[in-house]
Design a binder for this molecule. Sequence first.
Ligand code: SAM
Length: 268
Amino acid sequence: MLVYHLPGTFDTREAHLDLLWEAGATGLEERAGLIRAYFDDRTDLPAPIQDGEWRQEADQDWLAEFKANLRPVTAGRVTIVPPWLTAEVPAGQVPLIIEPGMAFGTGHHATTRMAVEALSALKLDGRTVLDVGTGSGVLAIAAALLGSGAALGVDIDPLTIPIARENAEINGVPHGRAVFEEGTLGSDLPEHHAPEGTFDVLVANLYAELHDLLAGEYAAHLIPGGPLVLTGILTSKLPLVDAALEREGFTDVQVRQDGEWALVTANA
Ligand code: SAM
């Protein structure tokens, strides 16, 4: 990999960036006070950008590096791991295998971790669970592995559904215990999974504005007293979610935080 190291930043060298592109750079990156310009071949550069240095650097396999750096994630009674790290799950923990791929939800985001933690603190035995915005399926699969009855994961992004189904299979979740369908709350929620349209537990890792919009639907799809677990909420947006839950009559609202992210639990 051929890289031209040019002292400066995108700000201080703004006028020179076009010269790099015109000289044939295939990519520009700013790192530690240097502009790194990637080239396929060494080339003559115009005077304003001749104060840099050509370097031949080892090729980097970003995907291999990303995978090598993945560590198991502990979330309550569950440890989330990629398939090649299952041997690292501590004894007594429930292993949850997620193939890092196209869908959000490898467990490495604070919101996913807090949601799995919150699920693992609930008594799920035999209870039905609705996971809104399922992504990789991680939360519905966690619920199934923690002993829930039927868990339904829905997502408006059709690409996530086969990924979530595959993750359920990798985890050996028995057929029907974690089901995934394209959809969202409201009229198009797959009817056959909840004949009354209500679930014992509802979990959603979305974002504050959407929780505000969907709060009425959350109440309509939960049994009375059923636990609600919401995350994807920036701490600065907590008042919006608090107000929505109060408006819809939820009780026992509790908040957990991890950095800038919050998780809210409440009862219908
Ligand atoms: N549940 C996973 C987790 O906790 O890691 C993934 C959460 S990811 C932050 C949010 C997911 O919600 C995305 O897969 C997105 O496609 C989906 N989504 C966004 N808006 C939605 C909506 N209105 N109804 C259902 N799913 C939605």
